[in-house]
Design a protein around this ligand. Sequence first.
Ligand code: NIG
Ligand code: FE
Length: 417
Amino acid sequence: MIIKNIGCLVTCAGAYPKKKDDLKDAGIIENGYIIIQDKTIVDVGSGERYKKYLKDDEQVIDAQGKTITPGLIDSHTHVVYAGSREFELPLKLKNMQYIDILNAGGGILSTVSNTRKASMEELEQGTKERLDLMLAHGTTTVESKSGYALDFENEIKMLKVNSDLNKKHPMDIVSTYLGAHAVPNEFKKNREGYIKLIIEKVIPYVKEHNLADFVDCFCEKGVFTIEESRKILKTAQALGLKAKIHVDEIESIGGAELSGEIKAVSAEHLVAASDEGIKAMAENNVVAVLLPTTSFYLMLNKFARARKMIEEGVAVALATDCNPGTSPTESLQSTMTFACFGLKMMPEEIINAMTINAACAVGREKEIGSIEKGKKADIAIFDAKNLNYLMYHFGVNAIDTVIKNGAIVVREGKTVY
Ligand code: NIG
Ligand code: FE
């Protein structure tokens, strides 16, 4: 396949993860071309040199007036769940707080009861529909967390949905076990019992059956403490699983500091992260996964301090946090809007943060995240004349075509796989 005459080719190429000034360089090529053979990018350049690849049987795409980026990578989602939570919207608008909704049996726990009840097929069908939407908005790899079942049997069911859909759907799925998302009702009076279940039963099973690459933990006031989170994630690391951690989403209890201490691959949310926490992340190469749509949706009136993190040398990634409670969206294009106006990140920084840096956050940086020779042919073609235009015109799906593994899976914004 040859893609030629590309108005604005955003390669995100170069050393990774991108930090500080490197984050401002998105490797933009004007009048570019991309040559794809089977599933792989074999050449990238500009001008007429693509012509040497022309043969009769080539598929040629003319991308004049379009912006092309690496397939977007959504590095933090809770895309596997059943039911929806629109009933919480009026409560939120009447100022009921997220943690109060959770403690009243709503929030995460209401999704838990729906997800436990759902059959594997039902859960898979709902998830597939969301993955289709993600693909149609330009996402080609997604990290997917369990955590809406919280018992052994149904957490495993969620993780099996990840591995099943990873085989059946064009999307690549990176699986994360998030048993420590909330304490389930049956363990309300026995937190230690729940943590014991996670540590002694579920994590070893997940490792043995290869059901996840990462283990995550919701470390937050009123959810899991620093000590509990440390214990869970260290157990996972000792078995060879990698650590991610939800921290400082609403209040800082030292979660960012903990991510540095245990050398987690990523720390996520970070709205209330302290100066020391940011320093600990920079020193220990922890990727900051920022989720600005969640700050907006929780009406926190506060966004993560992205500028400070970038200045301190933290590698910043961006994700949707797609989930039924705090960020019901499948579109990383929504994340672009809030990254501009909430986080004050520049368009070049934003695109690096949802491609190559997001690849680092999910441990796939060698295969995906940039348009370079040897990388997988995962490519998003947007109906936008340049990168600034893509981020300036908001609230619509700008996707024209999506290429996954070298094949067209979305055409004129519709899935065609
Ligand atoms: O990332 N922070 C914890 N988990 C999700 C919310 C889950 C929910 O409310 O259902 C989040 O915001
Ligand atoms: Fe989350």
